[in-house]
Ligand binder design. Structure first.
Ligand SMILES: C[S@@+](CC[C@H](N)C(=O)[O-])C[C@H]1O[C@@H](n2cnc3c(N)ncnc32)[C@H](O)[C@@H]1O
Ligand SMILES: Nc1nc2[nH]cc(C(=O)O)c2c(=O)[nH]1
Ligand code: SF4
Ligand SMILES: [Mg+2]
Length: 213
């Protein structure tokens, strides 16, 4: 190959990087995959602004270092993980096609945690939609949800959840998860609600009870 061909190839395939706040191998604490080993990649940047967000340090994308997709895949491959969870921040603020292609090429399962409020990108084996009042999910994301996880901060959140339960695909799993600081008062309401509406399940943030990341 000539020197010119080398330069052109480099120009045509720019190295893609993403801002990463943290990445860690742990137990999925929430929802359908609760209890399963999973490698989490937390991307920086969120424009939703949930008042009760438990990871506000993620919001400013510029505060987090960029990692190449190749280096992220290598970090995952250094563990026995088979499931990778892309979270944030709001991961769909980034174009994620190249990331999920690279994870799939490495034989890994791609899961995402998203508010659905930015355009859909990436190819997902499992999409967990957690809709927010602060910035509504887009119909294109609601349409492909495998799991709907509604955070219950106030009793009005049951009706908010039902609005999206009517829009997700048939077979989508339905979870009610107490907002962490309100768990003592919201868990009894969720238990009563689930008993009356057994299509819903309770999701607790298991990792916070057992003190793992
Ligand atoms: C930090 S968010 C990141 C992914 C995406 N921005 C989203 O909100 O789905 C990950 C999950 O944690 C949930 N979550 C955030 N703060 C919480 C809190 N204080 N109590 C319970 N769940 C919370 C979100 O609803 C979401 O399901
Ligand atoms: N163990 C564990 N499970 C999780 N499930 C969703 C999380 C998230 O922040 O997206 C999360 C997290 O931060 N830790
Ligand atoms: S959308 Fe997710 S990351 Fe963004 S503020 Fe809400 S809970 Fe936090
Ligand atoms: Mg979390």
């Amino acid at each position: 190959m000539t020197r010119t061909e080398n330069i052109n190839t480099a120009l045509l395939s720019p190295v893609i990087t993403l801002p990463v706040m943290e990445h860690f191998y742990t137990i999925q604490g929430e929802g359908f995959y609760q209890g399963h080993a999973a490698y989490f990649i937390r991307l920086g940047g969120c424009d939703v602004g949930c008042v009760w967000c438990d990871v506000k340090e993620s919001w400013d994308a510029a505060a987090h270092p960029h990692f190449t997709i190749q280096s992220l895949v290598e970090q995952v491959k250094a563990t026995p993980a088979t499931i990778v969870v892309i979270t944030g921040g709001e991961p769909l603020m980034h174009q994620l096609d190249a990331l999920t292609d690279a994870l799939h090429a490495a034989g890994l399962q791609t899961n995402i945690e998203t508010s659905g409020s930015s355009p859909l990108s990436g190819n997902w084996d499992w999409l967990c939609l957690s809709p927010k009042k602060f910035k509504a999910p887009l119909p294109e994301v609601v349409a492909v949800a495998n799991e709907l996880k509604v955070i219950v901060y106030h009793k009005s959140d049951f009706a908010f959840g039902e609005k999206f339960a009517a829009q997700v695909p048939a077979g989508c799993k339905l979870y009610l998860q107490p907002e962490w600081s309100k768990a003592d008062t919201m868990v009894p309401l969720i238990v009563d609600y689930v008993k009356e509406h057994p299509q819903w399940e309770l999701s607790l943030q298991l990792h916070k009870y057992i003190n793992v990341p």
